[in-house]
Design a protein around this ligand. Structure first.
Ligand SMILES: C[S@@+](CC[C@H](N)C(=O)[O-])C[C@H]1O[C@@H](n2cnc3c(N)ncnc32)[C@H](O)[C@@H]1O
Length: 203
């Protein structure tokens, strides 16, 4: 399925309210990623090919597509989740790799310009094989956009990220303005609030 066709199918499913996988917060997620990308101290380009790692039932495919890459590949080991997305016309089976990121990295040499890991499980970030696969799956100069489930993102874990993301450098993000008070929100609080971060793959 072309990216446009997938996006249209997803939009239609959202408008019709037929696909429960699409929660309203997906729109917020898009806004959060765009807002963070705009505040990055260096330009961020989502590139040509993007991976949605742990894409579940492709619920965030419209978000990733809307960010602009020409090719979006879901990577999801749970075949039932993929079957749901296919049943609702949100993706075709060929849009999703049915396996883990580690299996993808072992078998497929073409790296992505960007990888999105939304609500990624903490245990995966703590798994060296998974992180090695992530390094091998993102082209040098490419980016990884990561968010955690709030319950996972305690301070110790946040502090351990630079070490876990060896081979990546965290892109600095300027604080955003707190519109109501006019004061800047401290960067650390902002990142913990959204639990989003952006990483650049380095040599
Ligand atoms: C907490 S869910 C998040 C799903 C989705 N990104 C979201 O925001 O709702 C984690 C997903 O990662 C998938 N997963 C687990 N291990 C994985 C691995 N090694 N590689 C890729 N995906 C994995 C799970 O099957 C599940 O769909």
């Amino acid at each position: 399925m072309s990216v446009d066709a997938g996006f249209e199918a997803a939009q239609a499913a959202i408008v019709a309210g037929t696909y429960e996988g699409f929660a309203p917060e997906a729109v917020g997620l898009y806004q959060d990623v765009m807002s963070m990308a705009r505040r990055c101290v260096e330009p961020v380009d989502f590139g040509y090919r993007a991976f949605d790692v742990g894409s579940r039932d492709e619920r965030h495919r419209p978000v990733v597509v809307a960010l602009g890459p020409s090719e979006v590949i879901g990577i999801e080991p749970n075949k039932r989740e993929t079957a749901r997305a296919v049943a609702f016309g949100v993706a075709e089976a060929g849009d999703v790799f049915s396996g883990s990121l580690q299996e993808w990295a072992d078998t497929t040499p073409a790296p992505a310009d960007s990888a999105f890991l939304f609500n990624v499980l903490r245990r995966l970030i703590e798994d060296r094989d998974f992180m090695r696969a992530l390094r091998n799956s993102v082209a040098v100069g490419g980016i990884a956009v990561v968010s955690f489930m709030r319950s996972d993102a305690d301070q110790d874990f946040i502090d351990s990220l630079p070490e876990r993301f060896a081979g990546f450098r965290r892109i600095e993000v300027a604080p955003s303005e707190d519109v109501q008070s006019g004061r800047a929100i401290p960067r650390q609080r902002q990142i913990r609030n959204t639990s989003l971060s952006i990483w650049r793959r380095e040599d």
